[in-house]
Ligand binder design. Structure first.
Ligand code: GMT
Length: 374
């Protein structure tokens, strides 16, 4: 099948899922066309089955805001016609589903029918999408999609609660290639980051308020009072300065390393002992799944889709948002005993296997079939 994938090309989870999906579909023989404003970060290899088409928005002085949706919908029309794309899969409702629907209508005028699948990722619904300035357009685009999917049951419920949706929503969870995260602990450069007797605690995100990154520091502060440990903070974002200042205030800045954005998260996870994700909202928590696939147990909040991914008492522990004392206690209970840590590492990996690429990508293929029949 020839599939056009529209996504954000950045480090965010929706872009990562869209890119990994495109790569997995290409490996299964489909022809994939990524259509976005920059080559997606995880799309290193272009091949016979993988193409990238850049959307550029010409700068014109009259425009106070650049009309990206317009440029995207025009590009979609051109690419569908040129490459005979059979289906559009748009990730993140804003503005992709809206632009996709415009393209669909323009193509219909020329007698070309192209089904559109929209995947909702979370913030497009729970944060930005439900803002009154966007809500009518988001509701419209959801209802006009041929098939809508959400990355968790929790996000499906949120969408039905927040929007006037008259379209069904299928849950297709995020996925991971577990074979790529085989954690052998042989080539990990652990000693670069910590002393042999120290535990390594890791957090990966875009360091936004919604991730409650100051809770990460609070939890780690409690952990390091009981157990020798280092904290690795991976990612860039608006809360970074606040976190750095908090580490200085607590006198733990020597134990916290801010690594910035990294395309080698798997290598960092390889030598991590525990992953912290105390988010305010999280439709799925792909970062937690990546950690689990690398045999790293997860201490997280119980918000949104996290309980569908991180299984309490198995792959880690869940607590109410903001309950840093309980999160720290649970973290210490895993880290203080080698035996307990080994058990949770194994269990985390087992829980991740449910979301293996091999199991989830066929669900998307079934969704495409359904959309093509409409
Ligand atoms: O929250 C982020 O880090 C970025 C955001 C995005 O849109 O890329 O992530 C959302 O989509 C991910 C992939 O489906 C999910 O794993 C994240 O849980 C979700 N983030 C939120 O719901 C806050």
């Amino acid at each position: 099948m020839k599939i056009g994938i529209v996504c954000y090309p950045t480090f965010g989870g929706s872009g990562v899922v869209a890119t990994e999906l495109g790569l997995a579909l290409a490996a299964r023989g489909h022809e994939i066309h990524f259509i976005t404003y920059k080559q997606p970060v995880r799309l290193e290899l272009l091949s016979r089955h993988i193409h990238f088409h850049e959307v550029s928005v010409p700068n014109y002085p009259l425009f106070h805001y650049q009309p990206y949706e317009l440029a995207l919908s025009s590009k979609l029309v051109d690419m569908v016609k040129l490459h005979k794309i059979e289906l559009l899969h748009v990730h993140y409702a804003i503005p992709h589903a809206y632009a996709g629907y415009m393209a669909k209508q323009m193509l219909a005028e020329e007698g070309i029918h192209i089904p559109m699948v929209t995947t909702l990722h979370g913030t497009d619904i729970t944060l930005v999408g439900s803002h009154p300035h966007y809500k009518p357009a988001v509701t419209f685009s959801i209802n006009k999609s041929d098939v809508v999917t959400s990355v968790s049951e929790s996000l499906r419920e949120d969408t039905l609660r927040l929007f006037n949706v008259d379209n069904g929503i299928a849950v297709v969870p995020n996925f991971i290639d577990v074979s790529k995260h085989e954690n052998t602990f042989t080539d990990c450069q652990r000693d670069l980051m910590a002393e042999p007797h120290e535990r390594i605690v890791t957090h990966v995100s875009n360091l936004r308020k919604v991730k409650r990154v100051t809770d990460v520091i609070e939890i780690f502060d409690r952990i390091q009072q009981k157990i020798p440990a280092k904290l690795l903070m991976v990612g860039e974002g608006p809360e970074k300065d606040t976190c750095e200042a908090l580490c200085v205030e607590k006198g733990i800045d020597g134990k916290v390393v801010f690594l910035g954005n990294s395309s080698e998260v798997d290598k960092i996870l390889c030598f991590s002992d525990l992953f912290l994700l105390p988010s305010e909202k999280e439709s799925f928590g792909l970062a937690a799944l990546e950690a689990m696939a690398s045999s790293v147990p997860v201490i997280s909040s119980n918000t949104g889709g996290l309980p569908e991914v991180n299984i309490h008492g198995q792959s880690g522990y869940l607590s109410d948002v903001g309950n840093v004392a309980e999160m720290a206690e649970n973290a210490i209970s895993i880290l203080e005993s080698d035996e307990e840590l080994r058990k949770f590492k194994e269990q985390a990996r087992e829980a991740a296997e449910k979301f293996d690429t091999e199991k989830i990508v066929p669900l998307y293929e079934a969704v495409y079939k359904k959309a093509l029949q409409k």
